[in-house]
Design a protein around this ligand. Structure first.
Ligand code: DGY
Length: 328
């Protein structure tokens, strides 16, 4: 009998088709994981889960006594309760590396769109508001090149953003992270700063840390007040690294100039969120890694992680080695 697998939200079709040949796979989209009887029924007999984003907590795990592995189709794994998974010897995996350049491209694109007001001016042209041959200040943006880019979180993606800023736009790079990164300091001439100094000196502040108990709510009222009033704030990490209400107030009070956001406290973002009516805010729907090529690569890697775990092998991208038992 084929082993049972739950797949949800995002697994690219070729990978899903391949898994279906080997396992009894049931795919769920936007499922109510606490109440959907079909989901709970399949989960209770499943040995593996593959997908994007759904919170995996004690209640869900209590319904999954046969589970061996949860394979995230994402680099972030803040949706996994690793403590609960370790207690039950359930492995968790993610998809690092392959999405680095894609996320960095997206973050830089959002930065450029915010600085040069591209979405707003796109509407200006399409709405027929471009009446005079010569545009004036109403269409001006802010330079990117030769400005100071402050990166909070100098992991793989942070470095790829620094590379674009340093080599592509002649920017001065500052960074803040848990540990000093001598390679980034050498390659991008990046200067390490304590958080407050980075906020005070940067023209662009880019948030690209993972969401952990230490980074949750890391940027709030106090931090926005430290930034330049001309600062542009970009969040490509997770919404909860920022106190969203404080961001809204900082924008309303002119404490910072504008923001480019790919992530939100609540996703999908609520339609009455004040950020959505602000001209100086550029929004995208958490598309950091979402290109055809990269989504497929991520699904493939997540499939490999899943299959290794189901075979009792150590998956290549295990995030909780505590749960791996070689002899099982
Ligand atoms: C990731 O891989 O963590 C991206 O944010 C997509 O969820």
């Amino acid at each position: 009998m084929k082993k049972k697998i739950v797949a949800y939200n995002r697994v690219e079709q070729p990978v899903l088709d391949d898994l279906k040949e080997k396992y009894d796979v049931r795919f769920f989209k936007n499922v109510d994981t606490k109440n959907d009887p079909e989901f709970l029924g399949h989960l209770s007999e499943s040995e593996g889960i593959i997908g994007l984003g759904t919170p995996i907590d004690a209640e869900l795990l209590d319904n999954a006594p046969n589970l061996k592995i949860i394979s995230n189709v994402s680099v972030g794994y803040n949706n996994l309760d690793l403590g609960e998974m370790n207690k039950r010897n359930i492995m968790g995996t993610n998809t690092p590396g392959i999405l680095t350049d894609t996320v960095a491209d997206a973050v830089f694109g959002i930065l450029a769109a915010t600085a040069r007001r591209i979405p707003e001016l796109d509407h200006f042209v399409k709405n027929g508001e471009w009446q005079a041959e010569a545009i004036g200040e109403e269409c001006y943006g802010i330079n990117i090149h030769h400005k100071t880019l402050g990166i909070i979180g100098m992991g793989r993606i942070g470095k790829a953003i620094a590379q674009r800023g340093h080599f592509g736009f002649d920017m001065d790079i500052l960074y803040h992270s848990r540990n000093r990164k001598p390679d980034a300091e050498k390659t991008f001439d990046a200067g390490y700063r304590e958080l407050d100094a980075l906020l005070e000196e940067s023209d662009y502040v880019v948030m690209i840390t993972p969401l952990t108990p230490e980074t949750e709510g890391m940027i709030g009222k106090r931090e926005f007040q430290k930034m330049k009033s001309s600062a542009i704030f970009i969040n490509g990490s997770r919404g909860k690294t920022v106190v969203e209400q404080d961001l809204i107030e900082a924008l309303e009070n002119g404490e910072i100039a504008s923001a480019g956001l790919d992530v939100y406290e609540q996703e999908p973002v609520a339609s009455d969120n004040p950020l959505l009516t602000m001209k100086n805010v550029v929004t995208t729907p958490h598309i950091g890694s979402s290109t055809h090529e990269t989504e497929l690569s991520m699904s493939k890697l997540a499939g490999e992680n899943l299959e290794a775990g189901l075979r009792g092998e150590r998956p290549p991208n295990l995030v909780n080695p505590e749960a791996f038992n070689e002899n099982e």
